[in-house]
Design a protein. Structure first.
Ligand code: KG4
Ligand code: ZN
Length: 331
């Protein structure tokens, strides 16, 4: 399966066997192109995908040692994401599928992040509860079977990654903010400032906009505060809420395991606290490598493999769906 991912600012292609054996995974980041604007500029992203995708696909095929006629199907992310960016990947995938006369599979980006947790460990026993934390989404999902999901909670305002990016921008740490805060927090005191933990004991929804405002207000009132202490205290507040709700959800549904996915799952403190929680609670932990947490095409090929088995090929008139949600099933 050739996977293609172009939903935001990473141009990626990968070749994956049987839904989990990664033969190649190439990711070309556009971070440098967008950094000076402090965020992703959609038109710049689309143009960069159009320029980069062909060489990125070629590299993925060469690295995987694929000969002509070796690809059985082509999967691409068709949503959610930036419409122009998605269209580049979807059109390319459909063209390749037509030329090679193989099935095209349209993949939901959120489902792909869930499947990233399976890439490293296909022995996953269900049900599992997955904490999906990225730049655009924050949700706790119960996965009861392949393609069977129940969303237990999600953010009512900012996504966790968005909060990292906004706070980093306010602190002058640049874009993308998550990795910058992660690095700086290592030199700060996470107990220095008692930032709020919103909705900690209420259900499984999240709210991060109040925390962001609390950071701004604290820095305004204490202009000499050490930025590393702010970063560490902010990160601790986010991670506390994420891990607390994930554990509570896993206990409630009697999950066999807990998984982390999405770009924020690359965060050092979240990874550490997640593994501690799995040990303490006696649940199996599934933690993808950092490279498989952030956007990549191996996860798209993995999800595409399961979708192809379940639903067959996607129609060639499938378009980009920028606001696509996770397909939810009853329990
Ligand atoms: O999954 P992803 O690559 O793209 C989306 O689908 O959104 O996630 C990107 C988000 C960004 O907000 C970025 O700041 C955050 O993931 N992120 C991190 C870290 N690495 C990436 N947040 C916290 N700590 C990190 N180490
Ligand atoms: Zn993503």
């Amino acid at each position: 399966m050739l996977g293609i991912e172009t939903s935001c600012d990473e141009t990626a292609a990968a070749v994956v066997d049987d839904g989990f054996v990664v033969r190649s995974s190439v990711v070309s980041s556009q971070v440098d192109l967008h950094a000076r604007y402090g965020g992703v500029v959609p038109e710049i992203a689309s143009r960069a995908h159009a320029e980069l995708l062909t060489p990125v696909v070629a590299e993925a095929l060469v690295e995987a040692g694929v000969e002509d006629g070796d690809i059985d199907a082509v999967a691409a992310t068709y949503g959610p994401g930036l419409v122009g960016a998605l269209l580049v990947g979807v059109s390319t995938a459909k063209a390749l599928a037509l030329v090679w006369d193989v099935p095209f599979v349209a993949v939901n980006h959120l489902e792909a992040h869930l499947y990233a947790t399976l890439l490293d460990d296909p022995s996953l026993e269900l049900p599992v509860v997955v904490l999906l934390v990225s730049g655009g989404h924050t949700m706790v999902v119960e996965m009861t079977g392949h393609g069977r999901y129940r969303v237990l909670g999600s953010t009512v305002d900012d996504a966790a990654g968005e909060a990292f990016d906004k706070v980093a921008r306010y602190l002058g740490l640049g874009y993308p903010g998550g990795p910058a805060i992660d690095r700086l927090a290592m030199h700060g005191d996470p107990t220095a400032i008692a930032f709020p933990r919103a909705m900690l004991e209420e259900g499984y929804d999240f709210s991060f906009s109040g925390l962001k405002t609390a950071v701004v207000n604290h820095v305004r009132r204490h202009p000499d505060v050490a930025t590393a202490d702010v970063a560490a205290s902010f990160q601790a507040a986010v991670v506390d809420v994420l891990v607390h709700k994930l554990r509570r959800a896993a206990a409630e549904v009697g999950a066999k395991g807990m998984c982390l996915g999405g770009g924020v799952a690359a965060n050092s403190l979240l990874r550490e606290r997640f593994l501690d929680a799995c040990t303490t609670d006696g649940r199996r932990g599934f933690l993808p490598s950092r490279a498989m947490c952030t956007d990549n095409a191996a996860m798209v090929a993995a999800a595409g493999w399961w979708r192809l088995r379940a639903d067959g090929p996607s129609p060639l008139d499938t378009g980009a769906v920028p606001g696509l949600g996770l397909p939810v099933t009853a329990r």
